[in-house]
Design a protein. Sequence first.
Length: 161
Amino acid sequence: MTTRSFSKPCLAIIAVLLTVLGVGAYKLIAGGHTVQAEDGRKAIVLAPPERGLILAEMRAFLTGLQGMTAALTQEDMKTVAATARSLGRAATHEVPPALMAKLPLEFKQLGFSVHGDFDQIALDAESLADPKHTLAQMGAVMQKCVGCHASYQLQSAPAAK
């Protein structure tokens, strides 16, 4: 049986690479930076296109909730499920990693939670077909939206000169 031994320089290189990977992963997962906004909320400062992407996602949530509400008045659970599914976790793949790294951990957790809630609404709409249950789920999602808007605002970073 042979054993391989690594030289000290090799171990040092491995340690440096692992450290760099660890720091990069931390910045992507837990990174993010906020500043105190004038109104007391935390401001997330983003480049204008990044801010636009997040605002478009929020508008999609609002439009989807309105469409689901309208479908519920007709007890159209198929439309409720399809709309909710379009807002689920599959939609999170549209956010670039560089933008994810700029968002604070709590904001990301809340966002992923809302996407997961939409997936659950879709599943329950199909399996339970109970409009009251779906309305309660939508109310819980909207509480998260209200909580997020009460805690955060998105600011555009000043243009580079």
